[in-house]
Design a protein around this ligand. Structure first.
Ligand code: ADP
Ligand code: MG
Length: 278
């Protein structure tokens, strides 16, 4: 039995995104708190709507402690709006955390970075090893899409929906910002694959440490060049060479030299940190 709009009470608006509004909501029957994303499908084509439906169905299957849990969707035909109900993450997101650190001039604890690294890897493992063979690629890994719960555990969010809605107008909107995390293979117009998610994760971890992305430039072609050269400064010396080396591995330009998820989890440095976390 699907939920209905009447089952929930909107509490506050969390933010407005490129596709709609995200609200904090309460389920009336038990007072439980969730978030929902409201999206108007009124201007979507039939095939875009089909993609949206299959995407939401896929999200419902992704159940992992480090992935934002999607619970249900409600379709309101009277105002052509779909409401996607998901876990509410009250610890903010990594983008906010990074800007706060930059503003205050403080670096994150090394232990926190390892925790982010391991938990993001576990979340991606769940996506990349889908049973029926088809990996779920995130395609939009960036600090703003990594949420934290109250105990500062990773909740990977904002999946696929971005991809569904990447029809021309929204796609342009999505990339109003500079795509600092674009992998070399994407720069070279090759297709997106699991290793591209790994590259983006490397960029994200680098930024967590350095408080700026590994590759920066004032225009796209200069950025593309830097990404394909693959040269970057060491993360600040306060961080161990173990951490520096692991991040550098994720940022290897050649796809075949860059580890996949299983390769990351086999790295003895990662395994050591994983034991510390338990
Ligand atoms: P965007 O297009 O910017 O990604 P979103 O609709 O994803 O827009 O997000 C809008 C705001 O809601 C952002 O500030 C985001 O951090 C927040 N948000 C999104 N999902 C959740 C969630 N599950 N829990 C808490 N906050 C969320
Ligand atoms: Mg988002």
């Amino acid at each position: 039995p699907y939920s209905t709009l009447d089952d929930f009470e909107p509490l506050s608006t969390i933010g407005c995104g490129s596709y709609g509004t995200c609200k904090k909501i309460r389920r009336k029957k038990d007072g439980k708190i969730y978030a929902w994303k409201e999206m108007d499908y009124g201007s979507m084509t039939e095939s875009e709507k089909q993609m949206l439906v299959s995407e939401v169905n896929l999200l419902r299957e992704l159940r992992h402690k480090h992935i934002v849990r999607y619970y249900d969707r409600i379709i309101d035909r009277s105002n052509t709006t779909i409401y996607i109900i998901m876990e509410f993450c009250d610890g903010g997101d990594l983008a906010t955390l990074i800007s706060k650190c930059r503003k205050d001039g403080i670096y994150m604890e090394e232990q926190f970075v390892w925790k982010m690294l391991i938990q993001m890897t576990l979340a991606l493992q769940e996506c990349h090893r889908r049973k029926n063979g088809k990996a779920v690629l995130h395609r939009d890994l960036k600090p703003a899409n990594i949420f934290l719960d109250i105990d500062k555990n990773v909740k990977l969010g904002d999946f696929g929906l971005a991809r569904v809605l990447h029809h021309e107008t929204s796609f342009a909107k999505t990339y109003v910002g500079t795509p600092y995390y674009m992998s070399p293979e994407l720069v070279n117009n090759m297709s997106y694959n699991e290793k591209s998610d790994i590259w983006s994760m490397g960029c994200m971890l680098y930024e967590l440490c350095s408080l700026h992305p590994p590759f920066t430039a004032s225009n796209q072609s200069e950025l593309n060049k830097k990404i394909c050269m693959g040269e970057f400064n060491r993360i600040p010396i306060r961080y161990s060479s173990d951490l520096n080396e692991v991040i550098a591995k994720l940022l290897r330009v050649e796809v075949h030299r860059r580890p996949g998820i299983e390769g990351i989890l086999r790295d003895p440095r990662i395994q050591r940190q994983q034991q510390l976390l338990e």
